[in-house]
Design a protein around this ligand. Structure first.
Ligand code: SF4
Length: 448
């Protein structure tokens, strides 16, 4: 049987998908052969995984399923989605268009579901089992994965799963339970294996990386882990995604300035600036402290990248709160900002809050914020012109004028998230390997 996979939206989920791929290839490579294109004629079964905590992402999953069904593919949906519908939506008696579709899928003989335990203990029979025998259990895998980014020189390590924070707009702790960290030793061993074999960049992931280790070691251990990682002797870099700002102290940042392999990429999902809105989001950090952190980064790292996201139109957001957010954005600390319009997720605590902002106002505020963000980021891009960078080639193509152009990801930018540069071949200054200048080569270039 030829199989393929689709992983939508979430790189934490990609790690889960990679575990499943390995389980299949490790033991059942005679029964299953991998193909890269899930829509190709030969592909018979497609394993699907997506983040299920935002309704628009669930919609995309429904659309993907429909597309695959039209091509007569068998579909196997894995963990996060199964968890959302079986253990949250249905158990909480949510009855809507989505749950109705889900119930229909349960009777579709070409669609099957895998819970987490079934992902970890995969056997081909599980694809054929009836869709009413779920198990709500979690096994933290520490075994190998089928690494899917080999060609790109980077790979993810998920250092913890689950979250204890319970931000009021977020249902992740309900889907993924309390935080379970991977022991430091297991992370370092996996890092060693990756670096020795091919990886030049490791991306550490968790729902909240700053709280890594609390469940295992009774205190946060991210910075101790980074120190160990930094001491590995090989030539590689690493970055950390999703640092929750409340326990990120100046002392931690000072430590980061001493680490040699750390990429000063700060992914700080701040969500808002107004103290009142942050409190109703159940985010208890102080805006003054956030500003101190941002200023520390600006003043102490020669090159840095700060990424954040904000939710516009959260319940109780008055014009004054929104103006507060706008004036914070105008202070121009960020290299990349993702904006979200607030909407009620049925199972979130924020959906029960009074004083909702009406849809029209949410939209208007979102568009005002977006216009500002677009302008600030465009100006930042202009300032990057005619300067020298190091980066990794992700594409090479021939233009209409018969000249070669390259797409290059600057080293500080995160793969799959941030912008890449378009560079003509004559602006490549130096390659680490001119002989084999190709996709994934590292080069120095001018961003003309
Ligand atoms: S930190 Fe908050 S937003 Fe992030 S996963 Fe945990 S509860 Fe959700």
């Amino acid at each position: 049987m030829f199989f393929s996979f689709i992983n939508l939206w979430c790189n934490k989920n990609l790690v889960d998908t990679q575990y499943l791929l390995w389980k299949i290839l490790e033991k059942y490579s005679k029964d299953f052969q991998y193909t890269t294109d899930p829509f190709s004629k030969e592909t018979e079964i497609v394993f699907l995984n997506t983040c299920s905590f935002v309704s628009s992402w669930r919609d995309e999953m429904f659309e993907t399923i429909e597309k695959l069904k039209k091509r007569n593919k068998k579909i196997c949906i894995i963990w996060c989605w199964v968890q959302y519908f079986e253990y949250l939506a249905i158990k909480n008696n949510i009855s809507d268009e989505e749950t109705e579709k889900w119930e229909n899928f349960k009777n579709d003989k070409d669609i099957s579901f895998l819970s987490w335990k079934e992902v970890s203990n995969f056997t081909p029979e599980l694809i054929k089992k009836p869709n009413n025998t779920f198990c709500n259990d979690f096994v933290r895998p520490e075994s190998a994965r089928a690494y899917t980014n080999i060609d790109s020189w980077y790979e993810y390590i998920k250092i913890a799963e689950g979250c204890n924070n319970h931000c009021s707009f977020c249902i992740i702790p309900q889907i993924r339970w309390p935080q379970k960290s991977l022991p430091k030793e297991a992370i370092i061993n996996e890092a060693k294996r990756l670096i020795k074999e091919w990886t030049k960049e490791i991306i550490l992931l968790a729902q909240d990386t700053t709280r890594y280790g609390i469940d295992l070691y009774k205190s946060p251990q991210l910075f101790e882990l980074l120190e160990e990682l930094d001491n590995l002797k090989w030539d590689f870099k690493y970055r950390v995604l999703y640092m929750y700002p409340d326990i990120l102290t100046k002392k931690h940042l000072e430590k980061l300035t001493t680490l040699k392999k750390f990429i000063p990429y700060f992914d700080l999902p701040l969500q808002h600036s107004s103290p009142k809105i942050l409190k109703s989001m159940w985010r208890f950090y102080d805006h003054k402290m956030t500003l101190e952190l941002l200023n520390f980064i600006k003043d102490n790292f020669e090159e840095y990248y700060i990424r954040t996201n904000f939710i516009v139109g959260f319940p109780w957001e008055t014009q004054e709160d929104f103006d507060d957010l706008i004036s914070f954005i105008k202070q121009d600390y960020f290299n990349n900002i993702a904006l979200f319009e607030y909407h009620d997720e049925k199972l979130s605590e924020s959906s029960k809050l009074p004083n909702k902002v009406d849809d029209k106002t949410v939209r208007e505020r979102f568009l005002i914020a977006k216009k500002l963000v677009d302008k600030l980021l465009k100006d930042k891009e202009k300032n990057r012109k005619n300067k020298e960078y190091t980066g990794t080639i992700s594409d090479i193509y021939l233009t209409k004028n018969n000249t070669y152009e390259l797409t290059i990801r600057p080293t500080i930018n995160c793969p799959e998230i941030d912008n890449e540069d378009k560079v003509s071949l004559e602006n490549v200054l130096e390659s680490y390997d001119w002989e084999e200048l190709d996709i994934w080569s590292r080069v120095k270039y001018i961003n003309a």
